[in-house]
Design a protein around this ligand. Structure first.
Ligand code: ZN
Length: 84
């Protein structure tokens, strides 16, 4: 088990969180093509190293947060409220 520091609740077990995707990925415009929408929804860069991800504290405060972590070591570098 890993611990994620929720900016609202403090350190909580990772099982309480649900992954929400890459926080750096821009949502396409509403009138985008099907191909653009499919690219946004289904394709991931799967980068090794530092990433910025959206996580929902589903079994906690219910808020979305951004977690900067290393995908190779799983070390959490920082967390903050979702900035969108
Ligand atoms: Zn929380």
């Amino acid at each position: 088990m890993q611990v994620f520091p929720c900016p609202f609740c403090g350190e909580r077990p990772d099982a309480e969180f649900r992954y929400g995707g890459d926080a750096r990925k821009a949502r396409p415009a509403r009138d985008c093509s099907d191909a653009e929408w499919a690219q946004y929804m289904h394709f991931r860069a799967n980068t090794r190293g530092e990433s910025l991800e959206l996580w929902l504290h589903a079994a906690g405060c219910g808020r979305w947060i951004e977690i900067r972590r290393d995908t190779a070591s799983h070390v959490v570098i920082a967390t903050e409220p979702m900035n969108r």
